[in-house]
Design a protein around this ligand. Structure first.
Ligand SMILES: Nc1ncnc2c1ncn2[C@@H]1O[C@H](COP(=O)(O)OP(=O)(O)OP(=O)(O)O)[C@@H](O)[C@H]1O
Length: 244
């Protein structure tokens, strides 16, 4: 299968903190890859180093066969990124923000269709500042999808969404995956990871402690549910005590 994202021995420190150390993984076209780990484990740093928005100390990254630092402009057309907070004017309306985003790209999807898919049709004329947290989050996913990307990076995919909105987002992403979209996401919700992810990496203090499928993660743990297995992998004390 065609490799879309390849990360080799990626490391990055902030002063004395080793935020990520020797991270290795690859994601094939049409796969959903989940980057998991506790707060501060290094997920956002990994994404930012992959995208080239942060400088890494060592290692190599390739997206769609390109180097994100050298091929910025070309990659920008083919990669979507969900930002947590975008720099937009306070009073900008949803439709305007979508149009501004659209104008940055040579090819783009109809944002009205995307807003409809993500349940935001009624909000076209509202100011972005008037949206609820969950609606903003969904708008940021729409903005990431406007360029009709081949790869999309979604950091904390459904944080702040209600149960129904989460299910709707999962359905939209599954449909896009079926059409060949490659997705790298971070999530703190194991139900979501089980539904969406083909492969996962669990980070703990910047190091990979598991890389493989959800089924493999469960099988290599003493548990039968991903959430239990995940807590077992990331547990600070439990495992150390087990070897005593
Ligand atoms: N700009 C920075 N300067 C110094 N340290 C930083 C900086 N950004 C992140 N760190 C540190 O690097 C480590 C990894 O942080 P990172 O944001 O990548 O974690 P994360 O897994 O995305 O966490 P969360 O789930 O809370 O978003 C943490 O210890 C964090 O404090």
């Amino acid at each position: 299968m065609e490799t879309t994202i390849k990360v080799n021995q990626l490391s990055k420190s902030y002063d004395t903190i080793k935020a990520i150390e020797n991270i290795d993984f690859s994601v094939c076209r049409g796969e959903v890859f989940g980057l998991l780990g506790a707060n501060g484990a290094g997920k956002s740093t990994t994404i930012e180093c992959i995208l080239g928005t942060k400088n890494h100390d060592s290692g190599t990254v390739s997206i769609l066969g390109m180097n994100p630092r050298e091929d910025r402009k070309k990659l920008f057309e083919r990669v979507g990124v969900q930002f947590q907070e975008t720099n937009y004017q306070d009073k900008i309306r949803v439709a305007e923000l979508c149009e501004v985003t659209q104008s940055l790209y040579k090819t783009f999807l109809n944002y009205r269709d995307l807003l409809k898919q993500f349940g935001l049709s009624q909000k076209l004329k509202n100011q972005v500042s008037e949206l609820s947290g969950g609606q903003k989050q969904r708008l940021f996913i729409v903005l990431a999808l406007i360029p009709n990307p081949e790869v999309v990076f979604l950091d904390e995919l459904t944080t702040g969404l209600d149960a129904k909105a989460r299910r709707d987002v999962w359905k939209c992403l599954s449909d896009l995956k079926a059409k060949g979209l490659t997705i790298l996401l971070t999530s703190h919700f194991m139900d979501e990871v089980e539904v969406l992810c083909d492969k996962i990496m669990i980070l703990k203090r910047g190091k990979s402690i598991f890389y493989g499928t959800v089924q493999e993660a469960i099988a290599a743990s003493p548990y039968e549910k991903l959430e239990d297995a995940y807590l077992w992998y990331t547990d600070e004390e439990g495992k150390e005590n087990e070897s005593i």
